[in-house]
Design a protein around this ligand. Structure first.
Ligand code: ASP
Ligand code: MG
Length: 448
């Protein structure tokens, strides 16, 4: 970094300072998601896991408790659409946190309560008079979930004599101002994370830095968020900036599973998977990890472990470089409430570059993400998550040039490393609307 300092008597001095991005050897990053801190009991369990690592220095990234992020999202919605139940919604979230505090500290005037009171007062103010756009207000209100959880967990750890330091992630994770889906500004973030964390950990007595996932700030101080479920990504940003030895994501499952147990009853744990495969799976919609999580880790070859917080001795799963075992287990990703929309050119002209450009321009403008697409000479078909209120403008804006037909209530099944047996098992008797295969992946839009 080169700075020009203006000195007295108008003399200039050039100051050159090197920012040493200090890589901290032997440091891990932990991430605890919402389910791991959704009750007082769960918080005590987090402490018991950390106890096992009490001789190390670890950055601990924590999400909002339970479903708090959804609840704050409802507050933002109510604020914007002037719903009468805002205060009630806020009170419900506050009660949920106060009950956990009550249970953890067993005293009705713990200092953390003052923080909680102030925070909810501020939320109430912001939501009664929103003075910016929806997404910007969202990024001021919804981070409260992470701020609450980290303050509560950190206070609890203090009470239990852990030596922790609290770090406000917004001071070090820097982003652009694309609210609700902000992009990390790597240079600033790298400098700030490494300076702050190595500064704190210079005191060898400090074992854990407690910080938030998901939340950040622009360089000029406006709060932002990294996209839903973004805490995994925060953990990976910290690990990347610090050259950590590994990231451990503590979850309510034994590790990475080959399918979502909500939809499939015979899931298998995957012991080992490559970065590349993990990225592919999250691209197709597997909710295992936030899609942005892998890249910062892959770039520095930092392994990511997924372990169960209810069975910390279990082996879990590891995401790493080698892809030797990727093909061993077929993986299933199911998306529901899909819609198949076909656009046929009215004048019988080919669907080629120009028409596709026009179609995609519209999808992009309405922020409609295409899950699967296929074209023939004069028609183009997409499979998308049901676009809801965006359907009408989509049909309207494209109806001049295209005859548009659609089917609703479909499901989209993606199978990686498929074989005939598994295809048969899951799709036998189903009505198939669209199918696409490559060497490793099959995708089928179907109705049961
Ligand atoms: N609390 C945020 C969410 O629920 C971030 C996260 O949990 O990763 O989306
Ligand atoms: Mg979450």
């Amino acid at each position: 970094m080169i700075r020009v300092l203006k000195m007295r008597h108008n003399k200039f001095q050039i100051q050159i300072s090197y920012t040493f991005v200090q890589e901290m050897n032997n440091m891990r990053v932990f991430k605890f998601g919402g389910a791991s801190v959704n009750s007082a009991e769960a918080v005590r369990n987090v402490a018991s896991i950390m106890q096992r690592y009490g001789h190390e220095q670890i950055v601990v990234v924590i999400s909002a408790m339970g479903k708090t992020t959804n609840a704050f999202e409802e507050v933002v919605f109510a604020a914007f659409y002037k719903r009468k139940d805002i205060s009630e919604k806020i009170r419900t979230i506050k009660d949920f946190h106060c009950n956990i505090i009550q249970d953890l500290f067993n005293c009705s005037n713990h200092t953390v309560l003052q923080y909680v009171n102030d925070l909810f007062e501020e939320v109430e103010k912001m939501s009664l008079h929103p003075d910016a756009g929806y997404d910007e207000i969202y990024d001021r209100i919804v981070p409260s979930g992470e701020l609450l959880s980290t303050h509560i967990v950190n206070s609890y750890l203090h009470e239990k004599s852990f030596s922790t330091a609290f770090l406000d992630a917004r001071d070090v994770i820097k982003t652009d101002d694309r609210f609700r889906d902000a992009s990390v500004q790597w240079d600033d973030t790298l400098n700030l994370v490494s300076q702050r964390v190595s500064g704190i950990f210079q005191d060898r007595r400090v074992r854990f830095i407690v910080t938030q996932g998901f939340i950040a700030r622009t360089m000029d101080g406006r709060p932002t968020t990294l996209g839903r479920e973004g805490s995994d990504f925060t953990a990976s940003v910290f690990a990347h900036c610090l050259g950590a030895t590994e990231v451990v994501v503590w979850k309510d499952v034994e590790g990475l599973l080959n399918a979502d147990p909500v939809y499939f009853d015979d899931t298998v744990k995957i012991d080992k998977i490559s970065y590349r495969e993990a990225i592919e799976l999250s691209f197709y919609g597997a909710k295992v990890l936030h899609p942005k999580t892998i890249k910062p880790l892959q770039n520095k070859k930092i392994p990511l472990k997924v372990k169960s917080f209810s069975n910390p001795d279990g082996k879990g799963s590891v995401v790493q470089e080698s892809s030797l075992s990727d093909h061993l287990v077929p993986c299933f990703i199911l998306k529901q409430n899909q819609m198949l929309i076909s656009f046929a050119s009215k004048d019988f002209s080919f669907i080629a570059e120009e028409k596709l450009y026009h179609l995609f321009g519209e999808f992009n403008r309405l922020n409609i993400k295409v899950n699967l697409m296929q074209n023939s000479a004069i028609s183009f078909t997409i499979c998308v998550n049901h676009p809801g209120e965006k359907l009408e403008p989509l049909l309207k804006n494209l109806s001049d040039g295209f005859d548009i037909k659609y089917n609703e209530n479909l499901e989209l099944l993606t199978i990686r490393h498929f074989n005939d047996e598994v295809i048969d098992k899951y799709l036998k008797g189903c009505k198939i609307f669209l199918e696409q295969r490559s060497r490793r992946t099959i995708q089928v839009a179907f109705k049961r």
